[in-house]
Design a protein around this ligand. Structure first.
Ligand SMILES: Cc1cc2nc3c(=O)[nH]c(=O)nc-3n(C[C@H](O)[C@H](O)[C@H](O)COP(=O)(O)OP(=O)(O)OC[C@H]3O[C@@H](n4cnc5c(N)ncnc54)[C@H](O)[C@@H]3O)c2cc1C
Length: 377
């Protein structure tokens, strides 16, 4: 009898977990990987798309490339999850699993910020980033705001990266001096676990005349007056608003009854939920790491090890350290890196590697190695 595993979501977490299980127990595996989309894209490619550095189709990797022992990809919309029966319903069929893995990521609730849909833009969805390709070129003077509307949000460096890349974009077009850039962030520092990365970002903002507004969220947009209203009622007029929308679990996860305080709680040792043999990994959880691909991937490794250990009747695996490296676009074609570790010590720690061309190459390898590992191309 093969182990029947159903993995919901073929993002960073789902792809990594499926790859490990296939590599390790492919001959004893009957794994179905389900996603509503026909292709994968890295989160960071949205920055390339919005600033016209890459064509939208060029960053998409089709799931039909997945050919792995014991793994079948299905493009279907998940519409119901029963974590007690380990049963999943999609728009076309029902699946019963021995082991169920929820890796459905975080969705966006644009309507949670009044006026954002009508008067602003967001660059966190692929569609939002694609739409901005038409909007950003029309911005040649005035005030641009990169604004976070709610926490937690994916990839904490991304708002800072967007502000720095916008600066470059405006410089290249010769209009930077006619434009002001502000960034509104809920934290006191751009990357709280890493004071060195934060210092480097604050220096980069100061050198480029980017206004950093800490400890604030954008509460609402007034589309008629082109004003962003912060959570302390400060009003900031803008000509271009690049928003980070409120994040939430997908509706199907909320309806499954698996969430507490908005996200799925998991056992940090093995990423299992309170439902036996039901795991949750990545952005959909409240495990305590930032919502980023590297952490979804790290969680996938631990959950996969636990699934394999149980199948073989072994003891559990090493606990999840919550460690990962994030690349940070500093503009001027340079990338830095922050290495963070959330669970090894009494509090999160982070170290910083200065932006360089070497790290540009590392980031490129990060993408190409995942593409090769997950898709064989
Ligand atoms: C602008 C930006 C820049 C980023 N840069 C980085 C970076 O440099 N490094 C980094 O590590 N992270 C980065 N991220 C974050 C990263 O993209 C996410 O944190 C990561 O993708 C989370 O992985 P996941 O597996 O939890 O979820 P996801 O990768 O989001 O995958 C979830 C999958 O579930 C599918 N799904 C959802 N609901 C359903 C349903 N009902 N039925 C079927 N399928 C469904 C989705 O289609 C999706 O493919 C960035 C994000 C953004 C927005």
């Amino acid at each position: 009898m093969k182990l029947c595993v159903v993995v919901l979501g073929a993002g960073f977490g789902g792809l990594e977990l499926s790859s490990i299980l296939s590599e390790t127990i492919g001959d004893r595996l009957d794994l179905t990987l389900i996603d509503r989309n026909e292709s994968f894209y890295f989160g960071f490619s949205k920055l390339d798309v919005m600033f016209g550095r890459a064509a939208p189709d060029s960053v998409k990797i089709a799931y039909r490339n997945i050919v792995k022992p014991g793994v079948q990809f299905r493009r279907e919309m998940v519409i119901a999850i029963d974590p007690i029966a380990k049963r999943v319903t999609t728009a076309t069929r029902t699946y019963e699993a021995d082991v169920l893995v929820i890796a459905l990521g975080a969705d966006y609730d644009v309507d949670a910020t009044p006026g954002l849909a009508e008067g602003g833009n967001e660059f966190y969805s692929f569609h939002g980033a694609e739409r901005l390709r038409e909007v950003i070129p029309a911005f040649t003077k005035g005030h641009a705001i990169v604004g976070v509307t709610s926490a937690p949000f994916k990839c904490p460096p991304a708002p800072s990266e967007a502000a720095l890349l916008l600066h470059d974009y405006l410089v290249e077009r010769g209009v930077r001096s006619a434009c002001e850039i502000s960034i509104v962030m809920p934290f006191g520092l751009p990357i709280p676990p890493s004071p060195d990365t934060s210092r480097a970002l604050l220096e980069a903002f100061a050198e480029r005349n980017i206004n950093f507004i800490p400890k604030r969220l954008v509460r609402a947009i007034d589309p008629s007056r082109h004003v962003a209203i912060l959570d302390d009622e400060t009003e900031m007029p803008f000509d271009l608003f690049l928003g980070i929308p409120k994040h939430r679990v997908p509706d199907v996860v909320l309806a499954s009854g698996m969430t507490e305080n908005g996200w799925i709680p998991v056992n940090r040792a093995n990423l299992e939920t309170r439902f036996p043999q039901v795991y949750a990994i990545g952005d959909v959880t409240s495990v305590g790491t930032p919502k980023a691909g590297v952490f979804a991937e790290g969680a996938a490794k631990i959950a996969a090890a636990s699934i394999i250990a149980r199948l073989d009747g072994d003891e559990g695996s090493a606990p999840y350290s919550g460690a990962g490296s994030c690349y940070v676009e500093f503009g001027q074609h340079l990338v830095g890196r922050v290495d963070v570790d959330f669970f090894s010590g009494p509090k999160p720690t982070g170290s910083f590697t200065e932006p360089s061309e070497e790290i540009v190459r590392d980031k490129r390898y990060f993408g190409s190695s995942r593409k090769a590992r997950w898709f064989g191309i």
